[in-house]
Every structure is written in C-alpha cells, then in structure tokens.
Design a protein around this ligand. Structure first.
Ligand SMILES: [Zn+2]
Length: 388
C-alpha cells in the first residue's frame, strides 16, 4: 500500500487542542499512520506528497442526521418520498455525491424507503458508487396517525417488535422511531406512541446491541424517551427548562438539525400548509436551541437531508452560542460518539481512518471556512479535487 503525506497550512486534529501550524498527516492505504508538523516527516522519502498549500486540514465531517432520498431542493419535497423506490434510489446516488463533495465522509441515515440505504451502504463499501460511509436506520418507525414522511406506519407492541426485528434482519445499524411531529400543534406536543410502544422498540433494539434514536421535539414523549432509555434524541426544538434539566441529568445526546426552521430556501419547498408554522415558531425554536447549548446537553449536528449544507448547520450552532470549536466537534469527534465510531473516525489520530478534508481559512476563527472545501479524502482515497 502506497503512503501519502498530506501537507496543509494548519492542522486541526479535532480533539479540542490548538491547531498545528504547517501540519501534515501521513496515510497508508485507508488509515492514518502519522500526524504532526511537516518537518517531522522529512525522512519519509517513499511517500507521495499531496500539498494542500494554505488549507486547514481537519477530520472529515460527519452528518449525524441525513436521509439519502429526501431532497429539500425539490418542490413539496416531503411528498416526493412517495416516488417509486427506483427513483428514490437514483436520487440517493446523486445526494451522496453532493454530501461527499461538501466534506461529509460519514452520514448517519435516519430513515429511507425500501431498505435502499442498506444497498447504498453496501455499494459505497464495495467502491461501486461514490458516497460517504453510511450508518443506516433503514425504515423509520412511525405511528399510523403520526409524523414521518421517511417512515412506515406501525402500531401496538407486537407490530413494533416485528418492525424492529425486520429492520435488524435487513441490516440496520440503529433503530429510528418517530415519537412526535416537527411543529408544536394547537393542542401542544403529544406523543404518537404510548410509553409501552416506545419501551418495546428500545428493549428489542438494545437486546440486539443496537442504539435507538427518536424524532422528538419535546413534551411527554421526550420524558418517555429519556425514561425508556432511548439513546439519542433528534431535533429537540421545543425543550422547556424542566425538559432540559431532565435531559442534562440523563446524559443522552441531542442531534440538532437547525435548517428545518432557519433556512428559507428549505421552508419554501414544504407543503404549503406547513410553511407559516415554521416561520412563526422560528424565534421560539432559536431560544430553545440557545438554552440547549447553555445547559451543556451533549450535542451533535445533522442536515436532515439538506445535502451539501452541513457547514451551514454548523454555522447555526455558533449563532445559538456554541464556540466554533464546539460546533466543529459536533460534526467530528462528538458526532463520531453518537455514531459509536469514535474508535475509528472523528479525529485525526494514528490508526484511525484517513477521512480528511482541507478548507480555505481557519474554521476555529471563522466557522464559515467550512463552506470553502478544497480537499476531500475518504478512507485514504482523494475524492476532491479529482485528478484530470
Ligand atoms: Zn430526519
């Protein structure tokens, strides 16, 4: 296996320390074998050199909440999830390329149709299509009367147990359950599932060693999620002080997905009956997100399918009061923990996968630098810029 020495202007290893000036990473095949100042590798004559100039090198980004076949660029995009599975699969092939090109080397997929995410994961691993490493939830589990355009309806503990087992059989890495909607309704936030149904999903998944994540914005459903042992809460848009307190005590993770409420181009493409609600509740959601950051709930971040937009989601975290370093870790080292892959990705360290990006500027000073991607390396292969 050939070795490549990747040189940059700065190097951020993702562990929270100060960047290394004129940093370099030595890789061999898919793994990192050395890291430090470029001078330290002068004796390393057999390695090819990839000189990234002034770029800042950092760990490949992890999108902690994605859907491969959901595409908010499409008009009325939620309803486009009923397109035929072959159309959705082709769409997934396109969105994976966009994600990878934007520096996302790992995607945690939180529900797609027809187990297409399992096939995409396999195709990426076998090098048949371009895309980030995928961690897949397969079918989202939703209630018959509940929210979840990327999910399938189930009801009662027997059906839910079967749904979890079928997802595991198909190759799920985690289980996703939709407990609430996305907007607070006129009657408040209610849980679409009973506590027993939620507990059944958790017990069944945990017994097989899989974590459970839930689409949950707050309310009784959040308390039940924490009480029944759900591992990761997704969204959490409307957390009250009391819920934030319970959350902190539980030690669970929150995956924040701001663009649903804060990116106008996305809101415009919602079904017309949902547009006003998202705009009207935006300020309230911002207050809740700020409170999450202040309270110290451990968080990671995801695009919820805003493909190519992870850098903007990270920017929103800074708007909510996170430091640029915290916001960056939400898409690298912290995100790797949510994915349970902290032993192999999320920081630049010897032995880990060579998932490395280069950006123009220093994201610890100006987090917007993450939008200026110069280099993408995934498991030791240079994906961008592509050779002529
Ligand atoms: Zn989602």
């Amino acid at each position: 296996m050939g070795r490549i020495l990747i040189k940059g202007g700065l190097l951020i290893d993702g562990k929270g320390g100060a960047p290394i000036v004129t940093g370099a990473v030595l890789i061999e095949g898919p793994r990192i074998v050395g890291i430090g100042k470029a001078e330290a590798f002068q004796g390393c004559k057999d390695a090819k050199v990839l000189d990234c100039g002034d770029q800042t090198l950092l760990p490949g980004l992890i999108d902690c909440h994605n859907h491969l076949s959901l595409d908010p660029r499409l008009d009325n995009y939620l309803h486009r999830m009923t397109d035929p599975i072959p159309a959705l699969t082709l769409r997934a092939c396109e969105t994976m390329k966009i994600d990878l090109r934007s520096g996302v080397t790992t995607s945690r997929c939180m529900g797609d149709r027809g187990f297409l995410d399992v096939e995409c994961r396999k195709a990426v691993e076998e090098g048949r299509i371009e895309g980030p490493r995928l961690i897949v939830a397969t079918r989202g589990i939703r209630a018959f009367h509940g929210h979840g355009f990327v999910g399938y309806p189930f009801g009662g503990t027997d059906q839910i147990r079967d749904a979890v087992r079928e997802n595991i059989l198909a190759g799920a890495d985690l289980i996703k359950i939709f407990i609430t909607g996305t907007l607070r309704g006129p009657k408040g936030i209610f849980s679409y599932f009973s506590k027993e149904e939620i507990r059944t999903a958790v017990d069944e998944a945990h017994r097989a060693g899989l974590p459970v994540a839930t689409h949950c914005i707050g309310g009784t459903g959040l308390e039940w999620a924490l009480e029944t042992g759900i591992d990761v809460i997704e969204h959490g848009y409307y957390l009250t002080d009391r819920e934030i307190d319970l959350f902190v005590k539980s030690g669970r993770w929150l995956v924040m997905t701001p663009s649903i409420f804060f990116t106008d181009a996305r809101i415009r493409n919602l079904p017309p009956n949902l547009v006003d609600g998202h705009l009207q509740q935006r300020e309230e959601v911002a207050r809740s997100m700020e409170a999450v950051v202040r309270a110290g709930i451990p968080f990671a971040v995801g695009t919820d399918a805003m493909h190519g937009g992870l850098a903007q989601e990270i920017q929103y975290l800074v708007d909510f009061g996170a430091t640029p370093g915290q916001a960056l870790m939400a898409a690298t080292s912290q995100a790797a923990k949510v994915c349970r892959l902290e032993g192999s990705i999320g920081t630049l360290e010897e032995g880990k996968f060579a998932d490395i990006i280069g950006v123009e500027g220093n994201p610890l000073e100006e987090v917007g630098a993450l939008k200026r991607i110069g280099t993408v390396i995934s498991r030791g292969t240079i994906k961008h810029p592509t050779s002529p």
